[in-house]
Design a protein around this ligand. Structure first.
Ligand SMILES: Cc1ncc(COP(=O)(O)O)c(C=O)c1O
Length: 363
């Protein structure tokens, strides 16, 4: 190519998204495929969302609100924070990228677990920063390892709670001990994309207590428990000085009008949210039981997905499942060659997945 690509961008491995259903159906000539690969909400979204979005459609000739006022007001109320503590993003991916661009100078470091949600590494490298990766310990975040990896060049530390892809979670006590050991000038990014699904009382929840530590930046999303992945909307809760930086550099209209009203309506429908969460828990329990009975090892999870050791090449199993119209995620690219990640689906999807996996693995 004639144009010289930035060295840090050359080093980026592209994000491998789960195949969309339409693509699987086209490629494999099947209909009605079951997708349990992207940790999406299988129950759809609140009917109030559909209504709100339809009523908004007539106003789409107008730009969206640069800061979605009503949504921010509702979030501020929910978490007892000020509107100035919030940044709304085009998915939480957007908030991750803004943090990297806002706080890293070239060569500065962002410490994160290995493996991690790939957008941390991509955003850091795009911002010309250096990702410093700390391998997991027993499938969980190695918090002591993250602390040890911090240098005077470190500006950001990422943790994901619960962790994707293992489903492990950090307890309150573990987090407090961890944060106590980090310097004052390092932002601690706590990605809580799956926090709504947590079942254990001891798991750390950064918004359960009033904002006190200016280093902590919470990232949350409407893509999972609220079922709005296609709208692309997430948010960050943080010290107002940090929020001011992100708001300064984000695109002025980063969140489209439909996503804004969808998120607002989704927040109001707590009944849908509880049903989606309890449906997910029921699905996880069913999958755990059936997979364990079939002789697979299932890791405990606090999220909406499970990591399953199928004890054979998981890429091959994935391919066989695709032919049967079931899309799950092989974790071979994360270094877990015999593991799949499967999110809970509807009762019907879960049963189809169990039958297909048992047959694909020759059980
Ligand atoms: C840990 C984690 N963080 C962030 C995201 C991104 O979510 P969003 O759809 O809000 O960009 C995901 C999506 O899968 C995720 O797993």
């Amino acid at each position: 190519m004639l144009f010289s690509v930035s060295e840090s961008v050359k080093a980026i491995k592209p994000y491998e998204a789960g195949k969309p259903l339409s693509e699987v159906e086209r490629e494999y000539g099947i209909a009605d495929a079951v997708k349990l690969a992207s940790n999406e909400n299988p129950f759809g979204c609140s009917p109030n969302v559909t209504q709100a979005v339809v009523s908004k459609l007539s106003g789409m000739n107008r730009y969206p609100e640069p800061i979605p006022f009503t949504l921010c007001q509702k979030l501020a109320e929910k978490y007892h924070v000020g509107m100035e503590n919030l940044v709304i993003g085009n998915g939480s991916d957007d908030i991750i990228a803004l943090l990297a661009h806002g706080f890293l100078d070239p060569g500065q470091e962002a410490v994160m677990p290995l493996p991690s949600f790939l957008m941390y590494e991509i955003s850091v490298k795009t911002a010309k920063g250096v990702p410093v990766m700390v391998p997991l310990k027993d499938f969980s975040t190695n918090l002591d390892g993250l602390v040890k990896a911090v240098t005077p060049e470190t500006k950001l530390v990422f943790v994901t709670n619960p962790f994707n892809p293992t489903g492990a979670a950090i307890t309150r006590d573990e987090f407090i001990r961890f944060a106590d050991q980090l310097p004052d000038n390092v932002l601690i990014i706590v990605d809580e994309a799956y926090i709504e699904f947590v079942r254990s009382d001891s798991v750390y929840n950064s918004l359960a207590v009033p904002l006190a530590d200016p280093r902590i930046v919470t990232i949350r999303t409407f893509s999972k428990a609220y079922g709005l992945a296609g709208f692309r909307i997430g948010y960050g809760v943080m010290d107002k000085a940090v929020a001011e930086i992100l708001n300064r550099i984000r695109q002025p209209f980063n969140v489209n009008s439909l996503a804004q009203v969808a998120a607002q309506a989704a927040l109001e429908d707590t009944d849908f949210l509880s049903k989606a969460i309890s449906g997910t828990h029921k699905g996880l329990d069913f999958l755990t039981q059936k997979f364990s009975e079939a002789g697979f090892e299932v890791m405990p999870t606090q999220a909406n997905f499970l990591m399953v050791d199928v004890k054979t090449d998981s890429r091959e199993i994935c391919e066989k499942l695709l032919r049967k119209g079931v899309v799950v995620r092989s974790l071979a690219s994360y270094g877990y060659d015999t593991f799949l990640r499967i999110n809970a689906g509807t009762d019907r999807e879960n049963q189809i997945c169990v039958d297909a996996l048992i047959s694909a693995a020759g059980k």
